[in-house]
Design a protein around this ligand. Structure first.
Ligand SMILES: *Cc1c(COP(=O)(O)O)cnc(C)c1O
Length: 443
């Protein structure tokens, strides 16, 4: 990119070229796939200097950069991708991984020690939930969950009541929560983390931003220390790659990258190249997806077979959630869930009759997807906990893609119309009417 005085290019304008020098690759306009395991040093002195920096034996000199050594430590496809990802979150550094789970688990393993307490929001992505509740306790880490909707004071109280507040090392949140779109105040969590930090221990706030990032929510801006992504979702965006990313300041990211080097869970050059290709269209894809989701939500809210819609655009003005929504999000996103009147049978009937929308888990891709959280993505959660989180048998989750929204709505409408009208035996009509009035509340 040629330097232009006083003009700051927006991230979407930089995704085609930032950090890549064509002259280093035979003039190729696109960054090639550097499918290589190792890199040749010009001379022994250069190799020595690279290792001194890589192993932290000495600090970098002015204008000195870490040279290319070996693809587990660094590779041009990963470095350029990481530089480009930093632009969206305005982060100092980024590390990319071969999956979202490897990004998340590397963060948890690096920053938690035996005896520490991890406070995490519920519901949380199934894989993360399993790692937190099954693996972390095995290595002596205490874990404590909290439901969304709590104030800063109430979160502090939960911690104090646990008797382990002084062991708190990290607050881990996912907002909006999957699949109910409940939201959590990142700044409030960061304040709680600060409150329990001491001069020799910084309590970290880490946010899984997969659902809204990197466009519609910027956790670092609200006081979070670490942002994580399943890049499989919006960042990849084409349902053809599994990948993850972590972003934060240089001090924290140095630790994340060091553990990544020794776990060896960095992304491959091919994955890096695929994600760079995807980033070029990230904004146009996400803009279209958000617009489509808004049209779909408007349609669902007034449909007679829909009991309740869970969508950020439905949060009622004047509610505490609305204040968080306004300060934290720049869009209502492209994920929505809704309760079909009835139960699993009606939800399954809807899913089985879809003609264009595909029945699959995952999200954020170009194609629209539908799934049944209670029996699919959230099947591992104990039924009583599921109900507490609002994950009912009648709940269907949609990830809205880039298709023409008229076609998406047509498909949803024809599938809803195929549901047999067997619903009135489950709830009296008056209760449905009540629920309908509540459609735009209680997010
Ligand atoms: C998919 C997902 C993950 C896990 O990412 P993978 O790329 O599948 O490993 C983590 N968090 C959220 C919110 C997700 O949707």
């Amino acid at each position: 990119m040629k330097p232009v005085s006083n003009h700051v290019f927006r991230p979407e304008s930089m995704m085609m070229s930032y950090g890549y020098k064509p002259e280093l690759s035979e003039g190729a306009i696109k960054c090639p796939i550097f499918q290589t395991s190792t890199f040749v040093f010009k001379n022994a002195e250069e190799g020595k200097a690279f290792f001194e920096i890589a192993y932290g034996i000495r600090e970098k000199r002015v204008n000195e950069e870490l040279g290319l050594i070996y693809s587990r430590l660094n590779n041009p496809d990963l470095e350029i991708l990481e530089n480009r990802l930093c632009l969206w979150d305005n982060a100092e550094e980024c590390a990319v991984f071969e999956s979202g789970m490897s990004a998340i688990t590397t963060v948890l393993l690096e920053f938690l020690n035996p005896g520490d307490l991890l406070l995490y929001s519920k519901p949380i992505y199934g894989g993360t939930d399993h790692f937190i509740n099954t693996f972390l306790p095995k290595i002596g880490i205490n874990v404590l969950g909290f439901l969304p909707g709590l104030s800063e004071m109430e979160i502090k109280e939960i911690l104090l009541k646990s008797g382990k507040a002084d062991q708190l090392a990290m607050i881990y949140i996912e907002t909006p929560a999957n699949p109910t779109n409940t939201i959590i105040d990142i700044a409030a969590c960061a304040n709680v983390a600060k409150h329990f930090s001491t001069s020799d221990k910084q309590v970290l706030t880490a946010v899984d931003n997969t659902y809204m990032g990197p466009l519609w929510q910027h956790p670092l801006k609200h006081g979070a220390d670490i942002v994580m992504y399943s890049a499989t979702k919006y960042i990849g965006g084409h349902s053809d790659v599994i990948a993850g990313a972590v972003l934060g300041n240089s001090t924290l990211m140095k630790r994340v990258k060091t553990l990544r080097t020794f776990l060896g869970n960095m992304a491959s050059p091919n994955t890096g190249w695929l994600l760079m290709r995807s980033l070029e269209t990230l904004k146009v894809r996400m803009d279209q997806q958000a617009l489509n989701a808004q049209k779909v939500a408007e349609f669902l809210i007034s449909h007679s077979k829909v009991a309740k819609v869970y969508y950020l655009g439905c949060i009622q003005e004047g509610s505490p959630a609305f204040d968080i929504y306004k300060k934290q999000y720049t869009s209502s996103g492209a994920m929505l869930s809704f309760d079909i009147k009835g139960g699993e049978e009606e939800a399954f009937s809807f899913l089985n009759h879809l003609k264009m929308i595909q029945l699959a888990v995952s999200l954020g891709s170009t194609e629209s997807l539908a799934e049944h959280p209670a029996s699919m993505t959230h099947a591992g959660i104990e039924p009583s906990h599921r109900i507490e989180m609002g994950i009912t048998d009648s709940l269907v989750r949609l990830s809205i893609g880039v298709e023409n929204y008229n076609d998406i709505i047509w498909d949803i409408e024809q599938a809803l119309n195929k549901i047999e009208p067997v619903i009135t035996h489950t709830l009296p009509q008056s209760e449905y009417l009540l629920q309908m009035e509540n459609v735009s509340q209680d997010i």
